[in-house]
Design a protein around this ligand. Structure first.
Ligand SMILES: *[C@@H]1O[C@H](CO)[C@@H](O)[C@H](O)[C@H]1NC(C)=O
Ligand SMILES: *[C@@H]1O[C@H](CO)[C@@H](O)[C@H](O)[C@H]1NC(C)=O
Ligand SMILES: *[C@@H]1O[C@H](CO)[C@@H](O)[C@H](O)[C@H]1NC(C)=O
Length: 323
């Protein structure tokens, strides 16, 4: 009799901790990182609905693309969904795993306006998890520029807490090629760290209606792990800030010989200045240069400048202000 009783207790424990999670990303619904994370969050007992772009939408920031019509014009990522097929749909054998021909930000809206009301009895979402991205997302330039962040701040605008996760494994890999249970696979290590992180958020949430304060979100960046750095399989969490030392952004360089432009990251002074938050914290960029540490930066979607700064700028335009 002991065995069924234990099973019941485990099931009850899972039910008590179970939360409703919307999982998205920018690298597409078939990337290995998101599929490993879907598997692990589900195994941890959560109700996970994965809704992500049908194709790679890296670098789309908060862009809000809505498909024109209801048929795909081009093949999706890794040709998993083909041109001519519906512009949105789910895995044949899993109604919790969806694609949408949109951007990360519009995938959040598609989930809330279509998938959840129609197929999940309008289930409320406790947390949006975006990622883990294939590649890191650190600093202000990447905050506005990259889709992992775009999905996160789009959900925070709507009052749904969001956490962005980004990995240092930047290969755009197809889950049919790379999803496995190898404990040294970075996708698997990141997935289990995501489970650990959200478990702590929900534990701290207790009876509060919101998992995070209403305007805030978290940007988590993982270091190289497992196959990428065999000395690192369980990175520690370190609180960081978005701006600061080594903070970089998108830039381009002109190639005289080929008369073309190439993408090149660059750092500028304004990115390294700390105006808000705890300026004694290291920047996410700094922490990722140290061994086996994950950077955890807290951000706010209230972009208004802090008062001193706002007053300084106000003085400059004061003569033409009516109030
Ligand atoms: C689903 O829930 C949201 C928020 O709770 C509400 O605004 C919306 O009207 C609901 N939609 C349906 C179809 O019930
Ligand atoms: C990168 O991803 C592709 C597509 O899934 C895969 O075929 C390849 O093996 C991956 N490369 C590495 C180094 O992981
Ligand atoms: C500029 O373009 C030329 C010709 O395509 C190429 O050989 C060279 O490596 C490029 N230089 C840089 C700095 O990218």
């Amino acid at each position: 009799m002991l065995f069924p009783y234990l099973t019941l207790m485990i099931t009850l424990a899972q039910v008590i901790c179970a939360k409703n999670i919307l999982l998205t990303n920018d690298d597409s619904w078939v990337s290995t990182n998101i599929r490993a994370t879907y598997r692990e969050l589900t195994l941890a007992g959560h109700n996970v609905v994965l809704v992500a772009p049908v194709s790679q939408r890296s670098g789309y920031g908060g862009k809000f693309d809505i498909p024109k019509g209801n048929v795909l014009q081009t093949n999706g990522e890794f040709d998993y969904v083909k041109a001519g097929e519906p512009a949105w749909g789910h895995e044949v054998d899993d109604q919790n795993v969806w694609y949408f021909n949109g951007t990360p930000a519009s995938c959040v809206a598609f989930a809330l306006k279509y998938v959840l009301p129609k197929f999940f009895n309008n289930m409320t979402i406790d947390l949006v998890v975006s990622g883990p991205n294939e590649g890191t997302n650190m600093g202000q330039g990447f905050y506005t520029g990259l889709g992992t962040m775009g999905a996160t701040y789009n959900s925070i605008y709507r009052g749904i807490p969001g956490v962005a996760f980004s990995g240092s494994n930047s290969n755009n890999s197809f889950f049919k090629d790379s999803l496995n249970t190898d404990p040294m696979n970075p996708s698997n290590i990141y997935a289990s760290k995501v489970v650990e992180f959200v478990a702590q958020i929900f534990k701290s949430q207790g009876e509060n209606p919101n998992a995070l304060p209403i305007t805030s979100g978290i940007n988590v960046n993982f270091p190289p792990v497992g196959n990428q750095d065999t000395t690192c399989t369980d990175p520690e969490w370190v609180l960081t800030r978005m701006s600061g030392e080594l903070s970089a952004t998108f830039d381009m360089a002109y190639n005289e010989t080929s008369n073309t432009f190439v993408w090149s990251p660059a750092s500028y002074k304004a990115l390294t200045v700390c105006e808000n938050g705890d300026c004694s914290l290291p920047s996410a960029n700094e922490v990722l240069t140290q061994n086996c540490r994950t950077a955890v930066s807290v951000f706010s979607i209230d972009y208004d400048a802090k008062l001193e700064l706002a007053n300084e700028v106000k003085a400059l335009v004061q003569p033409i202000l009516s109030i």
